[in-house]
Write a protein that binds this ligand. Structure first.
Ligand code: MN
Length: 238
């Protein structure tokens, strides 16, 4: 008989800037198709304007999917690991029910940059059968993440540049003002579905240019004004 003595570890993210400490992660929410160009490259219809955008697509990763040491083993069960560079929002307060867009910023603790790593072959197979994406998105170490910068040190990110380089070559480049739903919009929409809590992270969706990562590849993700994310894909664990 195995004793049920294990205490779950709470995943934590480093802080950047003046505040010393770590940020304990509660949940990881992710936004799908938040840039029209990326929706198109995935073969989906993209809205012509914000007025036609409808409701956002959400999915989740486990809290312990974050990878903060820059070493990401090539995951099991895929031959098509893809990068998606994204703005990451960290919530510092619990929401009290539905969050009006004008009240959303008060919940935000800070920002970072992350990768929503995706087993694209599993996602394509799931989509073809109308099945859920969980195994494509919510796998171990599928969320490499930079340190988090508190919001008062981050400045205005509304039109910040977002860039991902792999082995020194640019793969994804855009600007945060191309997001169909901004941070306030997304926190409002999420709050209609979930109780938002301190410790929640939101991956805000990726611009166009997603593509493969292989063992040995070095990734370097940047959003102007935020801590950078650098790391590499290492050999598979099994
Ligand atoms: Mn994504």
């Amino acid at each position: 008989m195995i004793a049920a003595s294990a205490t779950p570890r709470v995943p934590v993210v480093d802080l950047a800037g003046a505040v010393v400490g770590t940020f304990p992660v509660h949940r990881i929410y992710c936004v799908g198709r938040n840039y029209a160009e990326h929706a198109r490259e995935m073969g989906a219809a993209a809205p012509a304007s914000k007025a036609e955008r409808g409701v956002p697509t959400f999915f989740m990763k486990p809290a312990d999917a974050i990878a903060v040491d820059g070493k990401v083993p090539y995951p099991a069960a895929t031959s098509q690991l893809h990068h998606e560079v994204e703005l990451v929002v960290a919530l510092g307060r619990d929401a009290n029910g539905v969050v009006a867009p004008e009240d959303a910023e008060a919940l935000v603790f800070g920002y970072g940059v992350g990768l929503d790593l995706t087993r694209r072959d599993l996602q394509a197979a799931a989509k073809a059968k109308g099945l859920p994406w969980d195994t494509a998105k919510g796998f171990d170490q599928s969320a490499p993440l930079s340190a988090l910068l508190p919001v008062d040190e981050a400045g205005d990110l509304s039109s910040a540049r977002i860039v991902l380089e792999v082995n020194g070559e640019p793969r994804q480049q855009s600007s945060l003002d191309h997001m169909l739903w901004n941070v306030a919009d997304i926190l409002y929409e999420l709050s209609l579905l979930y109780a938002l809590r301190a410790g929640d992270l939101v991956f805000m969706g990726t611009p166009a240019g997603v593509g493969p990562l292989l063992p040995g590849d070095a990734f370097h993700a940047r959003i102007d004004g935020l801590p950078e994310l650098q790391g590499s894909i290492t050999a598979p664990l099994r």
